[in-house]
Design a protein around this ligand. Sequence first.
Ligand code: FES
Length: 109
Amino acid sequence: MENENNRSFKVATVNDLKTNCFSCEVDGWSILILRHSDGSLTAIEDRCSHADVPLSDGEFDPKLGKITCPAHGAEFCTREGTALCMPAVAPVKIFSVKIIGDEIWIAIP
Ligand code: FES
């Protein structure tokens, strides 16, 4: 559902997050919502910047805030999107997340 004012999309409810990772499609983007160990949520593009591999198939560490690509082992900061090690050098896209009531909203630029 789109909020007409700011291109924000309701993607899930808090209760939909049965695990620390939740994949969704929003306005043509594959997005991975991640719940960190402090309870905060971030959203990243579900695509490694090294090649077109879904990061949702990788390993997410909610304590360290990083995700490891399953293909070649690149790691990304799940708060900033920065590549933490080779072979990835480019960041992954980060999306703004808001919780309104029990609804999770993602802002698409
Ligand atoms: S596709 Fe992710 S590290 Fe190569």
